[in-house]
Design a protein around this ligand. Structure first.
Ligand code: T1G
Ligand code: NAD
Length: 712
């Protein structure tokens, strides 16, 4: 028997006519969900599932049921796209209850990623058989939600409160064979999964075993402080309402009966669903996938084979890039002009892997293999057999020129040539070679072995193959490539320069670095602007400021605070003193009276009467400076969609995910309001300085948002 409807589901995926197939193996009924790509439990799927379950429950020939999924994974959860719509019956919470209450044993056959509502469905089945490599998780918190279909009550009964809370608070899937998930799965399938699940069901029947309802399992013992400990973890997730709700919901297992606790969690789920944080996180979910799925222009070319990569310049970035390449299985040649820098780089890379070994992230064999793929040299001739070159030398056009002319002479034909420049013109750098078609920018973010984002900068000369090769390399490094064009800092740094200018102006007007960082960290940034500057190196921003002095001199206002910091040798963490001071070996910045004295003297000389600036004003001026510049970036087609701007700031600059990104945030403020605020800042601080971007004006007047329309 087949159940389901023809046509497509809410996300436009071509829904197979048979969303749920029903087959029989003797007295065992097999219910198979088939809704590619990830068997999301959309309304049509739920309706078809209920029809199938009801059918086999009343069929006397059926003595047990197997629930399985076709395709690459068991259900990866509810259909996230439906969360913007009114909830439609049948509701998953009722369906899983129906399955749990079934008088016949129900066995879940699990494979791939068993996530969210899909995991809750599995938890309500009486037994679970999984294919090797299956992962299970309750990632609802990553969408600003909590498990709304019984997961808060059933998971603790199977894996204990501690593990259940960890899973729900970090949202990460785990292998079902992981020690902490003991009790979740009854058997790991050997051979065909469905056949194993049917055999398991048959054994249950042979043993006259009755349905083992998870709800009836005893609560597993937990340490007395389990909820307090996880409540502390939740409390640190400032700005996110879901984590605290999760802890409260799970704790209800000890405070009330199962049915009431599930109903309360369902109510929490529905409330969180309409929260601004969850809407923002859902925007982020789809924005990141859109960026990854169709990078602009990325699909036209054929990626070249890349196995050997040379990294030129082994400083802050070169080291992180080398580690990310080694982690991705590539062979790396590190080239560095200065021997001490080369030795330091090799020491740091070896120390990084020694640390990973000590933390049991890798074993000794893996460490040896990783370092075995690393070689280093102080001469560029070492890149003669590289498939790709990543340049990360000083941010100085003269040095870049000298290095790229050399690379052009030595690197083999067909090699992908890339630069990690932060602000310089990639087209100009490509012009230093006779093969600009093979040159793209690969702009990593510090620390490069950690940050997911890479701005992939195409020039008008970059060939589709070169772009496709760069994107394939970025994907292999498990990073997210955002294709962009232009110069002056591409997307992220171009907006950052505007925020930096604004923050420097506020410093000279009376604010202190710790006040500005506190304001933006309370807005939700992982690290404030001056903490970031110290991490990246104040000289990087300064080198850029020198090149783009005009950016800091809008309306005749001149601010040379960066010059003064560099002149004072305050380069940031790498000199243990920047906008903050750092104890040796510590990355935690402390306010420094010397910086305050420098600022007071600076304002006196500039004839500025210092005054305190409210946190709200600091946030507004910083964000609006970024948003206004982002509007220009979208208008100039530097990116192919507005959501790419959000993705850049979310994955490269610690923009709070529950705020959706700078342009999503602007849409929530309402562009008419954003425009009005910019115009009032223009009146107070200077029109040249706060000129609204034309696209922003147009969209505000049309009552549209950045994400609604693209520039004509
Ligand atoms: N709903 C709708 N679409 C989804 C989806 C979902 N749950 N999961 C994936 N997609 C789409 C995705 O947009 C993409 O579409 C395609 O599927 C492939 O995904 C009631 C409240 C499963 C690990 O949070 O983590 O259940 O871009 O590119 O890298 O308590 O997708 O091709 O058009 O990511 O192989 C909880 C979300 C929901 C899991 C596969 N579930 N998904 O990763 O492919 S809330 C989740 C993922 C819930 C209950 C609650 C990953 C994946 P397109 P992809 P992938
Ligand atoms: P860094 O000063 O830490 O390292 C640069 C290294 O290049 C130094 O070790 C130097 O000895 C070496 N070098 C200089 N000339 C060389 C040459 N001719 N041949 C070989 N090696 C040479 O600087 P960094 O922070 O790693 O920045 C490197 C590049 O990456 C710059 O273009 C910068 O703008 C960009 N970038 C920096 C960051 C950041 O946060 N630091 C982030 C993204 C991009």
């Amino acid at each position: 028997m087949k159940t389901g409807r023809a046509g497509s589901d809410s996300s436009g995926h071509k829904a197979p006519v048979n969303l749920v197939a029903l087959t029989r193996d003797g007295e065992i009924a097999i219910v198979t969900i088939d809704h590619p790509p990830v068997n999301a439990l959309s309304q049509p799927v739920r309706a078809a599932l209920v029809a199938a379950i009801d059918k086999v429950l009343v069929d006397d020939e059926v003595r047990a049921i197997v629930v399985a999924c076709a395709g690459r994974t068991f259900c990866a959860g509810a259909d996230i796209r439906e969360f913007d719509l009114a909830p439609q019956p049948p509701h998953l919470v009722d369906i899983v209850q129906r399955i749990e209450d079934a008088p016949k044993p129900v066995v879940a056959a699990l494979h791939g990623e068993v996530l969210g509502g899909g995991c809750e469905l599995a938890l309500a089945c009486h037994y679970r058989v999984a294919a090797p490599g299956t992962r299970a998780g309750l990632p609802e918190v990553t969408l600003g939600l909590l498990p709304g279909s019984g997961g808060t009550q059933r998971m603790p009964r199977l894996v204990g409160f501690d593990t259940a809370l960890e899973m729900m608070l970090d949202g990460k899937p785990r292998l079902v064979t992981a020690p902490e998930l003991t009790g979740l799965v009854d058997e790991i399938a050997s051979g065909d999964l469905k056949a194993s699940a049917v055999a398991f069901a048959r054994n249950i029947l042979a043993a006259d075993a009755t349905p083992r309802r998870t709800r009836s399992l005893p609560l597993l013992a937990a340490s007395p402080d389990v909820f307090a400990r996880h409540a502390d973890v939740a409390a640190k997730r400032r700005g996110e309402p879901a984590p605290a709700r999760i802890v409260a919901a799970v704790k209800r297992a000890t405070e009330m009966n199962f049915t009431d606790a599930v109903a309360r969690a369902r109510a929490d789920f529905l409330a969180l669903r309409d929260s601004p944080e969850s809407r923002a996180l859902r925007h982020v979910f789809f924005a990141e996938r859109e960026t990854a799925r169709s990078p602009a222009g990325g699909s036209a070319g054929m990626p070249r084979d890349i196995e050997r990569v040379a990294v030129i310049g082994a400083g802050t970035m070169g080291q992180g890039i080398a580690i990310a390449l080694l982690d991705a299985g590539l062979t790396v040649t590190l080239v560095e002009a200065s021997d001490p820098a080369l030795a330091r780089a090799n020491e740091r890379i070896a120390a990084h892997y020694q640390g990973a070994l000590e933390k049991k992230r890798i074993d000794a064999t893996q460490k040896e293999a990783l370092l075995g793929r690393l070689s280093s040299s102080s001469t560029l001739s070492a890149i003669a057999d590289s498939d790709c070159v990543i340049e990360a030398v000083f941010e100085d056009i003269g040095v870049k020129r000298q290095v790229f002319e050399e690379i052009d002479r030595v690197a083999p034909g067909g090699a992908l040539l890339t630069t990690n420049t932060s602000y310089l013109d990639v087209a100009e750098i490509a012009g230093f070679t006779k093969r600009p078609r093979d040159v793209v920018g690969l702009h990593f973010f510090s620390p490069a072995n950690v940050m997911r984002l890479v701005e992939v900068v195409r020039t008008d000369a970059s060939s589709p193959d070169a772009l496709a090769s760069a994107l394939a390399l970025v994907k292999r490094m498990r990073k997210l490539g955002v294709v962009c064009k232009g110069k002056d800092g591409f997307v992220g740094n171009r907006m950052l320069a505007q925020r930096t200018r604004e923050c420097l102006f506020m410093l000279e007007e009376g604010a202190l670095p710790q006040e500005i960082d506190a304001a933006l960290e309370s807005f939700g940034f992982a690290l404030g602007p001056f903490g970031v500057a110290d991490l990246a190196g104040i000289d990087i921003g300064w080198r850029n400021a020198i090149l783009r002095r005009q950016l800091l001199e809008v309306g005749g206002r001149r601010c040379d605070l960066l010059d003064q910091m560099v002149a004072a040798g305050r380069l940031g963490q790498k000199t243990n003193a920047g906008w903050f001071r750092y104890e040796a070996g510590s990355r935690k910045g402390r306010p420094d009276p010397a910086v305050e004295a420098l600022l007071i003297e600076h304002s006196r000389k500039a004839g500025i009467t210092r005054h305190s600036i409210a946190s709200a004003e600091i946030v507004e001026r910083s964000l609006l400076a970024m948003i206004n510049e982002a509007a220009r970036i979208v208008e100039e087609d530097v990116v192919s969609r507005a959501s790419d701007v959000d993705v850049v700031w979310l994955t490269g600059y610690g923009f709070p995910r529950y705020r959706g990104g700078p342009l999503y945030y602007a849409d929530q403020l309402g562009l008419p309001h954003v425009l009005a605020r910019i115009e009032s800042l223009a009146e107070r601080l200077g029109a040249e300085y706060w000129t609204p971007a034309p696209l922003l004006q147009r969209l505000a007047q049309a009552g549209q948002g950045f994400h609604a329309a693209r520039p004509a």
